[in-house]
Design a protein around this ligand. Structure first.
Ligand SMILES: [Zn+2]
Length: 448
């Protein structure tokens, strides 16, 4: 957690809920925590519905003030960062550990939080619910019980502010300089003309102020999400009702696979947002809100798909008759297998790791034919790589892998024509002066 250098942020992080430092949260991870939190004086639990397979959809309510706020997380089952964050927020508020919020917040705000709107999807790690439907494309059709529960809560409570909390994939970048987008905000459009009504302007102003406050900790990693209108999506649909709606997408931060940086920054921004809602008059006068709206548009854009895990630049192919760039990515955030996502002039792309390969020549290597059991240690595996075997072909059960590296078994589109192809598992070698200097092992380049 190298970003934490303020005492406030440090204290929020140290007092977070334990056992939630995971890539994927399932209902079992949070049930006991939700029960413990709802046993506290300040917190009330309501079951607002049941998932398609019958799991309770819990809503935790804090405060009894006139201004109403609704937050929901993990409507996409495989997006759990904000679930940990909202449980932290509930814990910190109800244990009176937050110093940065208006002391009267309970009499000013009523906050309804649904941690994990899609428990069925969370259980199996899918975006969709147990019907196979993306709940966030069900705002009009309302065919999912989870979508209906959210819709009913919004209708019943008529919130002034709604926080729609998601995760985005690792390859969004912030603006143009190749930094990961760790937090992306959006005040969604509610029609295709992208009209800015007073409620949307308020959401924009709130976001601009939150970005300012979070910027010292995340100077290069806060982006503004694309405001393409989508009538089927809840954020857009809720914004249409005149509710100030804020989307927050948690994203990648270097060396932080469990997204604890995004989690902490969610906690920080949500608490600051709640504090701002306690005293709206201080930032909604005509002049301030106009300035903040302008500032909102200056937040760097969230750009999709120009990042990759490993970018290899200027690698030579076919006896150095040409050079080109290779982008390697994971199939998805939770997978360990990688593929060649792009080949060609990738000078506008960025790698989470970048290798300058001028002077190196690509060699795809040979197949190792499995005929009997083979035990791999770091030493024996490296020695196979050194002798030119880049992957294994045959019965993978014959491999007893004790090495620290992944093994490439029966690659799907194997090729031996000295070029690489989009979609293949990256295997092979980088050679210089006729010697194999590095081996591709999935997303890694290993020095030989
Ligand atoms: Zn999502």
């Amino acid at each position: 957690m190298d970003i934490l250098f303020s005492t406030e942020l440090q204290s929020l992080y140290e007092n977070r809920v334990t056992n939630l430092d995971k890539q994927q949260l399932i209902p079992e991870d949070i049930i006991a925590i939700v029960d413990e939190l709802s046993s506290r004086d300040m917190v009330n639990k309501t079951v607002i519905g049941h998932s398609f397979s019958g799991q309770a959809l819990n809503c935790l309510t804090l405060g009894f003030g006139p201004k109403t706020v609704v937050m929901w997380t993990q409507m996409h089952g495989d997006e759990s960062t904000a679930t940990a964050a909202v449980l932290d927020v509930i814990h910190l508020l109800s244990a009176e550990l937050v110093t940065s919020i208006n002391a009267d917040w309970q009499s000013l705000l009523t906050i309804h939080i649904i941690p994990m709107l899609n428990p069925d999807g969370a259980q199996v790690g899918t975006r969709e619910n147990a019907q196979g439907i993306d709940i966030n494309r069900d705002a009009m059709a309302l065919q999912t019980p989870e979508g209906r529960a959210l819709d009913t809560l919004v209708t019943k409570t008529q919130p002034h502010f709604a926080f729609n909390l998601h995760d985005q994939h690792d390859y969004y970048r912030c603006g143009t300089d190749g930094k990961s987008s760790t937090l992306a905000f959006l005040a969604p459009a509610f029609n295709s003309k992208k009209t800015i009504d007073p409620a949307r302007q308020k959401a924009m102003a709130l976001i601009a102020e939150l970005q300012l406050q979070a910027k010292p900790f995340l100077p290069d990693n806060i982006a503004r999400y694309d405001d393409e209108y989508s009538a089927r999506s809840f954020g857009d649909k809720i914004a249409e009702r005149g509710i100030s709606t804020i989307l927050i997408e948690s994203g990648h931060y270097p060396n932080d696979p469990n997204r604890q940086v995004a989690r902490s920054m969610n906690v920080f921004t949500l608490l600051h947002a709640l504090d701002m809602l306690c005293d709206e008059a201080s930032w909604t006068d005509d002049k301030t809100i106009k300035e903040l709206e302008e500032r909102y548009w200056q937040i760097p854009e969230n750009r999709e798909y120009q990042l990759c895990d490993l970018l290899i630049k200027n690698l030579g192919f076919a006896n150095n008759s040409f050079t080109t760039d290779i982008a390697v990515r994971k199939y998805d955030r939770f997978e360990k297998s990688f593929f060649v996502a792009d080949i060609g002039d990738l000078h506008e792309h960025y790698g989470l790791e970048t290798i300058e390969a001028s002077g190196y020549l690509y060699d795809p290597g040979r197949s190792y034919l499995l005929s009997e059991e083979i035990c791999l240690t770091n030493e024996s595996y490296i020695s196979l790589l050194k002798s030119g075997f880049s992957h294994f072909v045959g019965d993978p059960l014959l491999i007893d892998n004790h090495s620290d590296y992944t093994v490439i078994e029966n690659p799907k589109y194997w090729h031996d024509d000295l070029k690489m192809m989009k979609g293949v598992i990256p295997a092979g070698f980088l050679c210089k002066h006729g010697e194999r200097k590095f081996a591709f092992i999935m997303g890694e380049l290993v020095a030989l």
